[in-house]
Design a protein. Structure first.
Length: 222
């Protein structure tokens, strides 16, 4: 084999080796891409953090301090209605006590905040009480009335009225922001839109604690 043929043969071998490696990487990348695409299409199941809500009767009790109720007098009604509708839609076996019944009872029961939560549940004859202690509720960024960012922050408690003791079976903290990217300038009707979107996200994230939902990656819808 002369030098010219030998040089050509070595060049071909090098090119062929690079070609095989490239095909291998492409195939591996393609498999990864297909696996990722398939995973996003099907969604990753996320188990509930508390499983004891299905087939239960549930009362929603919302507590908000005077600073919140002064700015948003309808806060308990807004939170209760959004959460109740979302839970009934996503957990069909649940039986939600009409939130208007709880709101009317709160209005006519001075000092109800001092009562044991389990006793409130027993008063309404439900097996579970979802108690939401609001920490923040607003539609404007703090200290900037011209910037919009909704925030609902709450301590979340679930009480089982059928067991001894306090009945507390689950507790957590939930902080919802909208827009999540940060405050945005005010436009026409933004106050109502931002508050509604924040309520929707808060209700969604809260309800997801109680049933298996699917995470679709960049599009975590259901």
């Amino acid at each position: 084999m002369n030098d010219k043929i030998r040089h050509w043969f070595r060049a071909f071998v090098r090119w062929y080796a690079v070609f095989i490696l490239a095909v291998g990487f492409a195939a591996a990348g393609g498999c990864s891409f297909l696996a990722m695409a398939g995973q996003q299409a099907v969604g990753v199941p996320v188990p509930p953090r508390y499983v004891g809500m299905k087939k239960q009767s549930v009362a929603i009790v919302v507590y908000a301090n005077q600073a919140i109720t002064f700015m948003y007098p309808q806060v308990a009604q807004e939170v209760s209605s959004f959460v109740s509708n979302e839970m009934q839609a996503k957990i069909p076996s649940i039986h939600m006590l009409p939130y208007a019944d709880v709101l009317a009872w709160q209005r006519h029961t001075p000092g109800w905040q001092a009562l044991l939560v389990k006793s409130i549940g027993r008063h309404f004859g439900v097996s579970r009480v979802l108690y939401l202690e609001l920490v923040h509720y607003r539609s404007h960024a703090p200290g900037a009335r011209h910037l919009m960012q909704g925030r609902i922050e709450a301590n979340v408690f679930v009480y089982n009225t059928k067991i001894p003791g306090s009945g507390l079976v689950f507790s957590t903290h939930l902080n919802t922001l909208y827009p999540q990217s940060g405050p945005e300038p005010v436009f026409d009707s933004d106050n109502n839109v931002v508050r509604m979107r924040t309520l929707e996200l808060f209700s969604r994230d809260l309800t997801r604690m109680f049933y298996t939902w699917r995470n679709y990656g960049n599009h975590p819808h259901e």
